[in-house]
Write a protein that binds this ligand. Structure first.
Ligand SMILES: *[C@@H]1O[C@H](CO)[C@@H](O)[C@H](O)[C@H]1NC(C)=O
Ligand SMILES: *[C@@H]1O[C@H](CO)[C@@H](O)[C@H](O)[C@H]1NC(C)=O
Ligand SMILES: *[C@@H]1O[C@H](CO)[C@@H](O)[C@H](O)[C@H]1NC(C)=O
Ligand SMILES: *[C@@H]1O[C@H](CO)[C@@H](O)[C@H](O)[C@H]1NC(C)=O
Ligand SMILES: *[C@@H]1O[C@H](CO)[C@@H](O)[C@H](O)[C@H]1NC(C)=O
Ligand SMILES: *[C@@H]1O[C@H](CO)[C@@H](O)[C@H](O)[C@H]1NC(C)=O
Length: 556
């Protein structure tokens, strides 16, 4: 794996093992473990969302014929608008239950292909748009603990069709839906009297090359000043969505290559700290990978151009923001970027050549990377253990409450094609366990005693977390983080956010020892609904880079 000493010095496990003076069967740096969970979940996981019942809602599209899982109770979908089957007795959405490692088919009626969504303040998933008969619909699934919850559809409630749009949850609990094929506008849902129309966003037409549409699934983040950072193609704006005003135009990303679908790179908002500081908080965005300009045209002529190996990082809150470029150890298009509980970033899935789109990717990248945002430049990337399963177009990755990364999907075809193709439709589901889950770290893994999972918290309030750690620790290295579970599709995780809590005065936390293995940490919850839009988050106690199992908290 990693032979370069750069990666060795950045590695977590040897460092911690040395620090902890545990038996040193010194592993190679850059570990992590891959585990197959299920060999057939019935659908290809094009979209995934974890809900606060520890179940993952998964769906792909309805119009390509039968999936590999039947609807329950011999039900069939009778949809005269379906483009392939008018009567379809298979499911195109499923729910994965983490605790029992099992799948339950769900009923979705209209086409949810290449859509968007967000978990709402009450924990429901509100999915927006799709294709054909579903492109102006929204669908809601409210989490349950039995088998009673299923999709509820609301027809033609969006003002415009939203196919390849991006959603973001707002401080007031509504969702904003931005762009989509041929739509240079945004709108809100739920609708409000006097604000029920779509509003123009010329930036989306300015960044649109009509032959390629290199600005789909824009990367959208809610900035700490309440405005939206919107990245499309190769540049970004800071947008006041309330007044419809562009407040700032960021420089074009160096090199000028497009990073959005079908040149699909990925992007994250780096973990936010000092959460009482309002608009004074520093916010940074990291954009990684993609396909060079011209790749889509080349690929359609049979020439699979190598993917980009660069990331651009920018402090979006600076008065004169500038991109800082970094080089990844591997090139990647169609990768997924997953924020981890300890504030690091996993970059996984994707290909080393081609673009997004049917049949347009080559050379799967089986090797994930960890990016440590707080390390000095040059010491941030670490190569991890490889998987054996190509996860190309239409694959997804999300964080689970226990710290594992759930990975599924990959279907570069317009149908389910299991034979006669280079990259068969993949219905397997697996996890990647970063090396912070190595059993040799058990003695330093925090275990949260209180508060109880599903507790409610307010804004800017004291929060006391009791936890245990078996082994000896240095209390200065305890942190508390909150992770918002994102809606993931097409290499972008909408609403993904990590908040690093502190004691309200400085960046340290106050940790008290309550006996040999018991501790208490006092933190202040996020200062506002701009920093932390209302809803469910996973709260973790982290020792150095080792997270506890998380608990669900609802902030409102
Ligand atoms: C992954 O990495 C770890 C640590 O470097 C190593 O012990 C393990 O054997 C590797 N391979 C697999 C398949 O987990
Ligand atoms: C999917 O279903 C088809 C048709 O029933 C079957 O031949 C195939 O083995 C299934 N594929 C997987 C990956 O389960
Ligand atoms: C932001 O910084 C300014 C200037 O230092 C200060 O006056 C203001 O109170 C700060 N705002 C918050 C919310 O901390
Ligand atoms: C995939 O399967 C469909 C339906 O059976 C077929 O029409 C199509 O040619 C296949 N695609 C490829 C790339 O082989
Ligand atoms: C946390 O621990 C302290 C000290 O043992 C105890 O007094 C307190 O009740 C605990 N809090 C909760 C919510 O269990
Ligand atoms: C912040 O510091 C002040 C002054 O030192 C102290 O009174 C206050 O309790 C501290 N607040 C928190 C949340 O620790």
């Amino acid at each position: 794996m990693a032979t370069n000493s750069t990666f060795i010095s950045a590695s977590l496990l040897p460092h911690l093992l040395i620090l902890l003076l545990l038996p040193l069967s010194l592993a190679a740096p850059g570990g992590g473990k891959w585990n197959l969970l299920l060999s057939n979940i019935g659908v290809s996981a094009m979209h995934m969302q974890l809900l606060n019942n520890d179940r993952v809602v998964i769906f792909d599209l309805t119009d390509f014929g039968p999936s590999n899982i039947s609807l329950p109770n011999n039900q069939c979908r009778n949809n005269p608008n379906d483009l392939t089957l008018k009567v379809d007795c298979t499911a195109h959405s499923v729910e994965y239950d983490v605790a029992s490692n099992s799948i339950r088919p769900l009923n979705v009626f209209t086409n949810v292909w290449c859509s968007s969504g967000a978990a709402m303040p009450d924990g429901s998933l509100l999915q927006t748009g799709g294709f054909n008969d579903g492109d102006r619909n929204v669908r809601v699934i409210k989490p349950c603990t039995d088998s009673s919850c299923d999709w509820q559809e609301f027809n033609n409630v969006l003002t415009q069709r939203r196919w390849y749009a991006t959603s973001h949850i707002l401080p007031d609990g509504r969702q904003i839906i931005i762009g989509g094929r041929g739509q240079f506008t945004y709108e809100f849902y739920p609708k409000r009297a006097g604000a029920d129309q779509a509003y123009n966003l010329p930036f989306l037409s300015q960044t649109n090359d009509p032959r390629i549409e290199n600005n789909l699934y824009p990367f959208v983040f809610l900035n700490v000043d309440g405005n939206l950072f919107i990245f499309a193609n190769n540049r970004a704006i800071l947008f006041d969505y309330v007044n419809g005003v562009v407040l700032k135009t960021y420089p074009t990303i160096p090199g000028g290559d497009p990073r959005n679908y079908p040149s699909s790179g990925s992007a994250v908002l780096l973990p936010l700290r000092d959460l009482q500081g309002g608009a004074n908080i520093t916010a940074e965005v990291l954009v990684c990978g993609g396909a060079p300009r011209g790749s889509f045209t080349s690929v359609n002529n049979g020439n699979f151009v190598g993917a980009l190996n660069t990331c651009g990082r920018i402090r979006i809150t600076d008065s004169n923001p500038q991109w800082v470029m970094e080089t990844m150890p591997l090139s990647r298009v169609m990768g997924d970027m997953v924020l981890l509980p300890n504030g690091n970033i996993l970059i996984v899935n994707g290909a080393a050549a081609g673009t997004a789109g049917w049949e347009l990717g080559r050379n799967p990248v089986l090797t994930p990377l960890i990016y440590r945002p707080n390390n000095p430049i040059g010491l941030r990337f670490e190569v991890q253990n490889s998987s054996v399963t190509p996860r190309m177009y239409h694959s997804t990755a999300i964080l689970l409450r226990d710290g594992r990364i759930l990975i599924s999907g990959s279907n570069p075809h317009a149908y389910y094609n299991f034979t006669g193709v280079q990259f068969p439709t993949d219905l397997t589901m697996e996890t990647y366990s970063p090396d912070y889950l190595d059993p040799r770290l058990a003695r330093v893994r925090p275990r949260i005693i209180s508060p109880a999972s599903q507790s409610q918290i307010g804004y800017g309030q004291q929060l006391t977390v009791n936890f245990t750690i078996e082994g000896r620790i240095d209390r200065d290295f305890i942190t508390v983080t909150m992770v918002a579970p994102p809606f993931t599709t097409h290499s972008f995780s909408m609403n993904q956010r990590v908040l690093v809590l502190n004691n309200g005065n400085d960046s340290s936390s106050i940790v008290k020892s309550l006996g040999r293995t018991n501790y208490q940490v006092r933190v202040v919850t996020p200062g506002s609904n701009i920093v932390a839009p209302p809803g469910y988050y996973i709260l973790f106690v982290v020792y150095r880079e080792v997270p506890s199992q998380g608990i669900w908290v609802q902030i409102k």
